[in-house]
Design a protein around this ligand. Structure first.
Ligand SMILES: [Zn+2]
Length: 414
């Protein structure tokens, strides 16, 4: 039976960094503490051992395998210290029933990490007993989006007590602004704020729970926080209303993006915002007012981005390195565990995101002795580029342990 003992500075949402050992057997954490065992992997003072990171918003491109496939996404995730992720349903044929998920679940069964799936929610769908539903309020890939609020209300009223993840951009406002001169002006902050209000209003009326995807501005926070405060907790103890922010909205703004090597590739939905707006979002994240750090990993090939430039950027490879950047801005390791491991772990309802006995045998080890200037050749995502290329991040994930198996920079160590 397989086992591994890792020793070094451990951190969890429930404790600040402290020296100890983790014993993982048969894919599960068995014991944590001063165990007196012979370590298989011993780290130093310059490294920090996190629970594996949990990314609840990725697009793994099932059906678009020239951009990414489950195996390449898994290598990219492990390169970034991500050991559990949830995949969005905007595939060429979106999964909308439990039955349609069967082939996706079979395709990832042998991968060492935890991968879960959202089921699409679109005009006329109904709950299928699944845990995660995704609603696209504006146009997305395929036909899985709503044309107006009436159509949306007619569907979500059937989802009482379910958790629905919303892509919040008001479709009517986007339609009115379709001819604005830039991508950013076509999809302004007001469109997101309007859609957040709509989602919260419907949730109150029909009794479902909300997860706002990729919040890109801070003006919606008072409304979101009031709604979270009023809401019923779910079975994992998370508020009935939760929200996330992405590395790109926290790091890049519209004014400075031309300073980065892949500047015209930094097009996504919702788009980048002004420097002032990004600053407020980052402040909110640092205060702990945003539940999850999620990538919205959305790979497109270099040729596609250089041509038609579809929206979306790939971010799995750099997840852990971006965590180190947030820590350099002042976030403590323990706080970081809350937003990158523990809370998103609760959202998945899997035993992930903690270094505690009984949890899955996942770890991510950040090495502060090796700042990382991100380069395309270091990446495992099939699309082989990153918005962070040329940027030096303060630390890199040296090792990832997934289900008790050891990986260095995304490649298994035997
Ligand atoms: Zn997305």
């Amino acid at each position: 039976m397989s086992s591994i003992v890792v020793e070094g500075r451990l951190v969890d949402s429930s404790f600040a960094p402290r020296w100890g050992q983790v014993e993982i057997r048969d894919g599960t954490i068995r014991r944590v503490g001063n165990l007196g065992l012979r370590p298989d992997l011993k780290m130093g003072e310059g490294q920090l051992i996190f629970p594996g990171f949990v990314d609840v918003h990725t697009h793994l491109r099932h059906g678009h395998e020239h951009k990414e496939d489950f195996a390449s996404a898994c290598r990219a995730a492990l390169n970034g210290g991500v050991t559990c992720m949830l995949d969005m349903p905007n595939n060429p044929v979106p999964p909308v029933t439990a039955k349609m998920l069967a082939d996706k679940e079979a395709a990832v069964a042998d991968l060492p990490m935890d991968i879960g799936f959202y089921v699409g929610l679109g005009p006329d769908t109904r709950p299928s007993g699944h845990r995660h539903y995704k609603a696209f309020m504006g146009p997305s890939v395929g036909s899985l989006f709503f044309h107006d609020d009436g159509q949306l209300a007619e569907t979500v009223r059937h989802y009482q007590d379910c958790r629905i993840t919303f892509h919040c951009e008001d479709p009517e406002m986007l339609r009115q602004l379709a001819d604005a001169p830039s991508h950013e002006q076509q999809r302004p902050e007001k469109a997101e704020q309007q859609a957040v209000s709509t989602a919260l209003k419907l949730a109150r009326r029909y009794g479902f729970r909300v997860h706002v995807a990729h919040l890109s501005q801070a003006d919606s926070l008072p409304e979101l926080m009031a709604a979270a405060h009023r809401s019923w907790q779910d079975d994992q103890g998370l508020p009935g209303v939760v929200w996330e922010a992405t590395p790109h909205h926290l790091f890049f703004d519209w004014d400075n993006r031309h300073q980065f090597s892949r500047n015209n590739f930094l097009k996504m939905n919702p788009p980048l915002r002004s420097a002032a707006s990004r600053g407020l979002l980052l402040e909110a994240f640092m205060r702990g007012d945003i539940h999850f750090l999620s990538t919205d990993h959305a790979p497109h090939t270099v040729d596609e981005k250089a041509g038609e430039n579809p929206s979306g950027v790939p971010l799995l490879d750099t997840y852990g390195a971006f965590v180190s950047w947030l820590m350099k801005q002042g976030m403590s390791a323990q706080q970081m565990c809350q937003h990158a491991c523990h809370w998103p772990g609760l959202f998945t309802a899997r035993k992930v995101g903690r270094i505690l006995p009984g949890y899955r045998g996942h770890l991510a080890i950040l090495d502060w002795n090796s700042p990382w200037t991100v380069a395309a050749e270091d990446l495992h995502t099939k699309c082989a580029w990153s918005p962070f290329e040329g940027v030096t991040l303060p630390a890199r994930v040296a090792y990832t342990v997934a289900s008790g198996r050891l990986f260095r920079h995304g490649v298994e160590v035997n």
